[in-house]
Design a protein. Structure first.
Length: 584
């Protein structure tokens, strides 16, 4: 039979050619075809079914087939590819010069194969004996680390590596041996927030594992060293037994949280279900997010955590395809600053445990607040004691118990106010005490900026409690509504050399609850040193309100128990207060 012209056109194959085939039992063939932009990987997988499913080979060239088609062991196939593209996920290699491949005697051989790509120049030789089901391939040269995407779609990689490796043995028990050296590598697992950069060092293959002893890199600006191994099944990773030690890593995750940590972590277990364990020592941590005035006292108790939708469960991210189980302890051997913003600074210790998986982390443990201060409205709040406990594994819903002290000033009178806030974000309780004595409503009204006079307390008690409550609600509502505006205005002023500028809207009761007079209080705060703080506050824009209602305070904290306050009164005279805090 003579085939004068045969054309095959498919989405993965474009073939054109002809030849002769004898019509007997042997079907002796002499055929020649040319192919254009055709996929060769399906045919290679027929002879080597264990070849990676991520491999794609597109080639253009010619192929000749001679010998009996009925006897695969006697058939001879010669192929020459003028243009070949090998794709491993999103990384592409192309041939330099002709690619010469052959099949004969049940063996596939590489006569000439030079692959080149970005930072890649590889020479591949050897072949696959399909009769004996053995492989012997030698790879030398340099490669881009993007070739690692052959093993995982969840991995992004770049950088360079020199390699001299051999893959040989039975197809069901291939052994990878040799050595590689990584130069300025970068790895990014999509499920993790930080990349591993500046990777340098040797990687050795001994036939059963890949060892990374002596490999170094950087993560989050900190130095990381590796040791241990990855067990291989042929050339495919099967089992992790890796250890990573990191020093002074500056993490910026979750958004708004900056921390410096030392870490000693191990990645162990099968590749399909690895487990990340170890300890993280927190050296420094700070929430770099402003605590705005309109967020209320809940923001003080939560250390500046967002308060919108607090009772809702945490949104679960879709699975990443890398089910890494977590078993990590987070410790702070010494007090660290968890919050450090222009309006808040909180110090404490943490003892937390992270479990679950990277896709669905679980957090339990506690944070003990030892000290801190927060600027809220025109007042500074000193955090005397507090704790935040994470008890719910299904969602992050902390239970907090915080004690705060403030020293608001109104109408020439200085008050000492003690607040205690406890509960969860969905349900909390707050108690307040003051010296001199004020009712709960008066204390909250005072903290929101309304003027308070101890001498008129009896008169106010004769009023309807609903009127006082109404005024308090209107004060709080005004501050919450105006918070986005006042915070932006304040941020403009903070470009000048002052720590805080806050504008707090007020409503003053000028006619026994019949009329509320709108106003605003401007507060400027400046920390002169670690123990000296200057506060200037003034009420503006209220008709009928004394425009000399301004506060100037210089506070000196000699210790946690002793403080001095120099204040300027409404008549422009000065007073010096000496305070001793008693702890019972």
């Amino acid at each position: 039979m003579t085939i004068e012209q045969l054309t095959v056109q498919d989405t993965r194959l474009s073939l054109n050619g002809g030849g002769t085939i004898t019509l007997d039992d042997r079907s002796l063939a002499n055929l020649r075809f040319s192919f254009l932009n055709s996929s060769l990987d399906p045919y290679l997988k027929f002879y080597a079914p264990k070849m990676s499913p991520y491999t794609r080979i597109i080639a253009s060239g010619s192929i000749s087939v001679t010998g009996p088609l009925a006897d695969r062991s006697q058939i001879q196939v010669e192929a020459t590819a003028d243009e070949t593209t090998v794709t491993l996920l999103d990384y592409t290699l192309r041939n330099e010069g002709e690619v010469k491949l052959s099949f004969g005697g049940n063996a596939f051989r590489i006569g000439q194969l030079h692959l080149a790509g970005q930072d890649t120049k590889l020479e591949v030789s050897g072949g696959i004996d399909t009769g004996q089901e053995r492989i012997s391939l030698v790879v030398t040269g340099g490669a881009n680390l993007a070739i690692l995407q052959l093993f995982s779609r969840e991995l992004a990689a770049n950088g360079r590596a020199t390699i001299a490796a051999r893959l040989e043995g039975p197809l069901d028990a291939m052994a990878l041996t040799g050595e590689s050296r990584i130069i300025d590598g970068r790895l990014k697992l999509h499920a993790l927030p930080h990349s591993l950069t500046e990777i340098n060092g040797p990687i050795t293959m001994d036939g059963t594992s890949i060892r990374v002893d002596g490999l170094r890199g950087k993560m989050a600006e900190g130095d990381v060293t590796f040791n241990g191994s990855i067990t291989l099944n042929g050339y495919v990773p099967e089992q992790f037994q890796l250890r990573a030690t990191g020093a002074s890593m500056h993490l910026r995750y979750p958004p708004g949280l900056h921390s410096t940590v030392n870490a000693n972590l191990q990645l162990v277990g099968p590749v399909e279900a690895p487990r990340l364990t170890g300890d993280v020592e927190v050296l420094q941590a700070a929430i770099r997010r402003r605590v705005e005035g309109g967020e209320g006292l809940l923001a003080l108790a939560s250390g500046g955590a967002p308060t919108a939708g607090l009772s809702a469960p945490v949104q679960v991210a879709p699975p990443s395809g890398v089910p890494i189980a977590l078993d990590i302890r987070i410790l702070t051997p010494a007090p660290v600053t968890f919050i450090d913003t222009g309006t808040a600074k909180i110090d404490g210790r943490a003892n937390l445990q992270i479990s679950g998986t990277i896709d669905r982390p679980e957090l339990i443990g506690s944070v003990e607040i030892e000290r801190g201060e927060v600027q809220f409205g025109s007042n500074r709040y000193f955090v005397r004691r507090g704790s935040i406990e994470f008890l719910n594994r299904t969602r992050i819903d902390p239970v907090f118990d915080v004690e705060l002290e403030a020293r608001p000033r109104s109408s020439g009178q200085v008050f000492t106010v003690n607040l205690r806030i406890n509960g969860t974000f969905g349900k909390f309780a707050m108690t307040a005490e003051s010296d001199p004595y004020l009712t709960q409503t008066e204390i909250l009204s005072l903290l929101l900026g309304a003027p308070t006079d101890v001498a008129s307390a009896t008169e106010r008690q004769l009023r309807s409690p609903q009127a006082a409550q109404q005024q308090l609600v209107q004060l709080a509502a005004a501050q919450i509504i105006a918070s986005p505006i006042t915070s932006r205005v304040g941020s403009v002023f903070e470009r000048f050399p002052v720590d805080t500028v806050q504008i707090t809207p007020l409503f003053f009761d000028t006619e026994g609850g019949q009329k509320l007079n709108p106003s605003a209080r401007v507060t400027i705060g400046q920390r002169i040193s670690s123990r000296v703080y200057l506060t200037y506050s003034r009420t503006l824009g209220a008709s009928g309100i004394d425009q000399t209602d301004e506060i100037l305070l210089i506070e000196y904290e000699q210790s946690d128990r002793i403080s001095w306050v120099l204040s300027r009164n409404e008549d422009r005279t000065f007073a010096l207060d000496f305070r001793i805090r008693h702890v019972f």
